[in-house]
Design a protein around this ligand. Structure first.
Ligand SMILES: Nc1nc2c(c(=O)[nH]1)N[C@H]1C(S)=C(S)[C@@H](COP(=O)(O)O)O[C@H]1N2
Ligand SMILES: [Mo]
Length: 250
């Protein structure tokens, strides 16, 4: 009958498919063994075979480029922001603040802009509520506002400067300093920040101006910016010099 015929055909197909599957399976095993033996013969780079090291380096590249520079840090509603914001670290904040503070932006040696807080406040304002993470193990959802560094760079015609690889920031007394890769500095969530919870920054939180860079650990969010400069090589970094990761990306 028609039905039975169909069953016979299906089981034939089934058998053929099984045979093909077994052949593919054995070829895959042979290929795996061959690849493994080949890998064992490869020269080593920094403790692992070169092709594996290449994989690791590629991973690193993908993570640092695609994740930390382009991905957005998770944001929260303003209502989730802490009212009593933790403060941590006062390196570079111990000397009294100069009442004539102006932000120094070194465009090139001998060409420095001096920018007042009012001028910075006149630029487009953005705010962000995110989970601020300290490398010491605490984190806190907090709210910050200021101007995106990318907007600031546009307004002050820093096109040439932002083609360099790094930005360096220091406190007015040069006691705290960080280096930041340009992609992270130009990231849309990176702010030159002058308000916390909608009010001027408290002194211990970096008044008059601090960096807020949600794609990095807190160590990079330098408080009380004195000078910003640009560099093709990694600028000095306070915590890097004390054994932490230069990149410190999240
Ligand atoms: N000038 C200066 N900025 C600094 C620090 C510091 O010691 N001095 N500490 C950093 C560290 S380790 C963290 S976690 C954050 C903490 O920011 P907060 O004090 O606003 O919480 O500031 C960063 N910026
Ligand atoms: Mo920190």
């Amino acid at each position: 009958m028609d039905d039975q015929k169909e069953i016979v055909v299906s089981s034939k197909k089934f058998r053929n498919k099984s045979i093909v599957a077994f052949i593919v399976f054995f070829i895959a095993i042979a290929a795996g063994v061959f690849a493994w033996k080949w890998l064992q013969r490869q020269p080593q780079v920094a403790g692992v075979q070169k092709p594996l090291r290449k994989g690791l380096s590629l991973d690193e590249k993908v993570f640092s480029k695609a994740l930390s520079d382009k991905h957005l840090a998770k944001t929260y509603p303003v209502s989730a922001a802490a009212k009593n914001v933790r403060f941590n670290g006062d390196v570079g904040l111990r000397s009294p603040l100069d009442s004539n503070w102006k932000l120094k932006v070194v465009r090139s040696p001998g060409d420095t802009l001096f920018i007042s807080l009012d001028d910075i406040k006149a630029l487009p304002k953005t705010d962000i509520t995110f989970d601020f993470k300290c490398i010491e193990g605490w984190s806190q959802i907090s709210n910050w506002s200021g101007v995106k560094f990318s907007d600031f760079a546009k307004k002050y015609n820093l096109g040439l400067q932002t083609q360099m690889n790094y930005v360096g920031l220091t406190t007015p007394d040069n006691k705290y300093y960080v280096g930041i890769d340009m992609a992270s500095m130009m990231h849309p969530q990176t702010l030159l920040c002058y308000e916390m919870n909608g009010k001027p920054l408290p002194l211990n939180q970096g008044y008059p101006l601090r960096l807020i860079i949600p794609v990095k650990y807190g160590i990079k969010s330098l408080k009380r910016i004195g000078t910003i400069f640009f560099s093709s090589t990694p600028p000095p970094d306070y915590w890097y010099e004390r054994g932490y990761d230069y990149y410190s990306g999240l």
